[in-house]
Each structure stands twice: as C-alpha cells, then as structure tokens.
Design a protein around this ligand. Structure first.
Ligand code: UT7
Length: 326
C-alpha cells in the first residue's frame, strides 16, 4: 500500500464580514443570543462568488503551498452541498479554472463531514496506486440556500472554501480513518433539490415552488454531534494506539462552541486542545475543518510529527474522523 502525505493546504473566504449586530438588523436576534448559544461572532458572506470560484481560489493557494503544479493533479474531489449546478460538477469547474488538465473530477455530498470524507476517498485512491496526487476541496456558498427570514438558521452559517493536496510519498500523514452515516436521521438537516415534475407526473400533488432553504432540528444534530465525536475520538485513538496526551490538537467541524465544550467535558480533555475559529467564520459546512487546518498551518502551529484528529459531523446524517501525523 502506498503512503499518503498532506503536502499543503489553502483556504479562501469572501471579503464581506457580516457581524451578529448586522444580522440583528435583518432578523429578530441579538449578538448576545448568537454569541452565548453558538460562540459565533461574525461570518463571511459571498457578494456574488459561487462555490467553484471560492473552491478554485483555495485550490490555487494549496497548490502554491505544496509546490505542486495544476497539471500534476490526477484527481479533484470537491465536497459541497451547495454546488454551482447539478451539471457540470463543481470539481469540473475548478479543473477548468485552475488548468488541472490531467485531473479526473467529481463532487461528493456528505454535508459538514465532506472534507473528512474527501480525504478518506483521496487516501484510498493513492494507497491503491491508481493516482499519485489529489486535490481535496470543501467549499460552500450556504448563503444562497439560507432563509434570511429564519433566525434559527441564517445566523449559524457562512461561506468559504478550503483545500488540501494529498500525494503519494515515503512519509505517512494519514494514520487512521473512521466514517459512518445514519440516513434514518436525514430529516434533521435538509436542503431540498427540485421535485419530480414531468409530463407523466400528477402535478396536482406536487408543490413546484419548493425552495432549497436549509431546515434544521438543531437539538437532534447537537445530540448526534456529541455522540459521534466521542465515538470517533475513541475509535481513532484505539486504531493508532495512542493516548489523548499524545494528540496535539483536535479539529472538530466548527458548528457551535457549546458542542466543543460538551465534547471536551465528556472526553475529560482541556478545551485548549480543540482548535476553534467558528467565532470568525460561523459554520461553513464542508469547508470548516479545512479552513481551520489551513489557518493552523499558516500560523505555524503544526510541527512535523504532531498528531492531530479531524472530526466532522452533519447532514445525512454523516460523520467521519481522520488521525493525521503532520
Ligand atoms: O453543520 C450542521 C451541524 N449543525 C449543528 O451542529 C447544529 C447543532 N445545534 C445547535 O448548534 C443548536 O441547537 C442551535 C444553536 C441551532 C440552537 O440552540 P438551542 O439552544 O438548541 O436553541 P433552540 O433552537 O432550542 O431555541 C431556543 C429559543 C427559541 O425560543 P423559545 O421557543 O424558547 O421562545 C428560539 O425561537 O431561542 C429562539 N431562537 C433565537 N432567538 C434569538 C432561535 N434562534 C434565535 C436567534 N436569535 N437567532
């Protein structure tokens, strides 16, 4: 089996900062409510850039940092729940934008677990020798599927993208992987696509004006998140035969600071071990873990040999974790 190394990371968020106070001018909310219930202070909102635009910018930064040329990339995987189109895939749009002419491209849909699922898929492709270099991207323009009149969802999310270049190598970065899904709980986080309407359907029963607004049962997701974070952490530590003391950082999907607090308490770990940047970006779904990883990389927080855990959870419902040696 080939070894897999993370060569570099990149991220991009749109320049427009929207604060909690800004949102209190649109919906009946307050900085006090949002900060105390979630930890979020502000988020970035697209002023027109779509998912492929942000994904391409994050990808170019990751390539530059990795010193890998676009034409060396064999595979582009974009994890997104907010693609530009049904067809073509966002990954194909990125390919065109960054001139990764030799890549095979596809999108995956795993909501907030998307970046972790993407790294898992890339790892399997590299391990078997079928490709050498993969660009994994998590990118979302959630602002286009938010109901800006619904205070229970519009305050939580933000737009952004993150990328990582994975390559066949003589050093191993990916120590262990775990994944899972529970489709029976899918109704707790929904953004609908178009209904089936064609000349053969009975249009009377179909609401053709269906929207794609995000609808969420926050409490159920909260419970699922805490359960799967604990489960994934234990599974990863067991697989790599390490104690928590040997883990430098845990990078959770950035949805809510209270989830992080809760997980820290249940695991008996200091909150300092958890990297947090949701105060600045809110929940960017498939992009949060990659944005956090890139920020840590830029800040030089990660030294060669450091062990970190990445753990995602979200719509599907899905979850997944990766143990990495930097
Ligand atoms: O990436 C996908 C993963 N998603 C998540 O991880 C989300 C996990 N869940 C959560 O983070 C939390 O459940 C939320 C932050 C979404 C909600 O927090 P909560 O403590 O569960 O609040 P709640 O939904 O039970 O609402 C409590 C109250 C309600 O008012 P009443 O019925 O008690 O009068 C809401 O109407 O807060 C009200 N409320 C708000 N008030 C001011 C809901 N949203 C707002 C708001 N501003 N933005």
């Amino acid at each position: 089996m080939n070894k897999v190394q993370i060569m570099g990371t990149g991220s991009y968020v749109p320049p427009r900062i929207v604060t909690n106070d800004d949102l209190s001018c649109i919906v009946d909310t307050s900085d006090e409510w949002i900060s105390s219930r979630t930890g979020i202070k502000e988020r970035r909102i697209s002023e027109g850039e779509d998912t492929s635009d942000m994904a391409s910018k994050a990808a170019l930064k990751a390539l530059e940092q990795s010193k890998v040329k676009p034409e060396e990339i064999d595979l582009i995987i974009v994890a997104t729940s907010t693609p530009d189109n049904f067809i073509p895939s966002t990954a194909c749009l990125v390919q065109k934008n960054i001139l990764a002419v030799n890549a095979t491209c596809f999108d995956i849909s795993a909501a907030c677990s998307g970046f972790v699922y993407g790294i898992n898929i890339a790892t399997q492709f590299i391990r078997t020798g079928s490709v050498k270099k993969v660009l994994v991207i998590g990118a979302e323009t959630l602002s286009k599927v938010l109901n800006w009149e619904d205070r229970s969802t519009c305050v939580l999310f933000g737009d952004g993208a993150a990328a990582a270049v994975l390559s066949e190598s003589d050093r191993e970065s990916i120590l262990a992987i775990c994944n899972g899904s529970d489709g029976s709980k899918g109704q707790y986080l929904v953004s609908k696509a178009v209904p089936v309407v064609n000349p053969y359907t009975d249009k009377k029963d179909i609401d053709v004006n269906v929207n794609s607004y995000v609808e969420m049962n926050g409490r159920e997701i909260f419970k699922f998140a805490v359960k799967t974070i604990l489960q994934s952490t234990e599974e990863l530590l067991e697989k790599i035969n390490c104690s928590m003391d040997e883990i430098k950082y845990i990078v959770l999907h950035q949805a809510n600071y209270r989830i992080i607090e809760f997980a820290a308490k249940k695991l008996g770990v200091s909150e300092d071990k958890f990297y947090v940047n949701l105060d600045k970006f809110g929940n960017t779904s498939a992009a949060t873990i990659g944005i956090a990883l890139d920020e840590m990389n830029q800040k030089n927080l990660l030294k060669t040999g450091d062990k970190i855990l990445l753990i995602g959870f979200g719509g599907g419902l899905t979850y997944g974790g990766i143990a990495i040696e930097w």
